[in-house]
Design a protein around this ligand. Structure first.
Ligand SMILES: Cc1ncc(C[n+]2csc(CCO)c2C)c(N)n1
Length: 229
């Protein structure tokens, strides 16, 4: 078993929790509360901005031109391609994408970004790969699960979203990140392996929490006070 196969197996509990989360299952059923979608797009737009910066920070740790190309390509994918699933969500709620940009990050999204930033700034390249991998891997499997369970056709409101993440390109990114992590993890100390495992698991947990954050429209305590006044 490869190291990333082991990571996938050890974190299957969290993957299964993600597949059955009401937001995720709602995408399959074609029925997600509109406020939750808006909350998701606002947070995810900012999350993806931070994700690109994390790739940029990680590039400093590149060991070869091929590593540089990898980080460069990923920034291009997030910048140019990940806007499509956001547009699908905006069309569903009938809101302009531009109206959902420049929001402050809810606590969970803020935590997730800072977790990845921490590894990008203080960790090895293996730790960074481990903290970033659950992002494409969970979305790839969500897309594949929803495709298999709901067999959406073009008239499904989230057909674009589901087929985007179940696509070969997201699979290719996931496999490349897995391959890179498998290579890097070959000769590391037990202590480093533990850090890598913790970085991966925490990102899986934060993926689940990101769906929950959007579903319940999580805000900071002071914002709740303000909305009650
Ligand atoms: C919270 C959150 N997690 C994962 C993704 C999906 N995603 C983000 S960046 C990327 C490509 C990685 O190089 C993928 C697949 C998302 N949009 N939002």
């Amino acid at each position: 078993m490869t190291f990333t196969e082991q990571l996938r197996q050890e974190n299957d509990d969290v993957f299964q929790k993600i597949f059955t989360h009401p937001f995720v299952d709602g995408i399959g059923r074609g029925d997600v509360p509109k406020d939750s979608i808006i909350h998701y797009v606002k947070a995810d737009f900012e999350y993806l901005n931070a994700f690109m910066k994390i790739y940029a920070l990680s590039m400093v740790k590149a060991k070869s031109r091929d590593d540089i190309r990898f980080f460069f390509d990923q920034i291009g994918f997030v910048l140019n391609d990940e806007v499509h699933p956001h547009h699908n969500f905006c069309d569903y709620v009938g809101v302009e994408y531009e109206a959902l940009q420049s929001s402050s990050l809810p606590p969970t999204a803020d935590h997730y970004i800072k977790h990845m930033m921490h590894h990008a700034q203080t960790g090895t390249i293996a730790e960074i790969y481990a903290a970033l991998l659950p992002c494409p891997w969970t979305y790839l499997e969500i897309g594949q699960e929803l495709l298999k369970t709901y067999k959406p056709t073009k008239s499904h409101p989230f057909y674009e979203w589901i087929t985007f993440y179940a696509d070969e390109e997201v699979e290719r990114i996931t496999l490349e990140l897995r391959h890179r992590l498998d290579q890097e993890a070959q000769d590391v100390s037990q202590e480093q392996k533990q850090l890598i495992k913790e970085a991966f698991r925490k990102s899986c947990e934060l993926e689940w929490k990101f769906w929950e954050m959007a579903y319940i429209c999580e805000t900071w305590p002071s914002e709740q006070e303000a909305s009650r006044i």
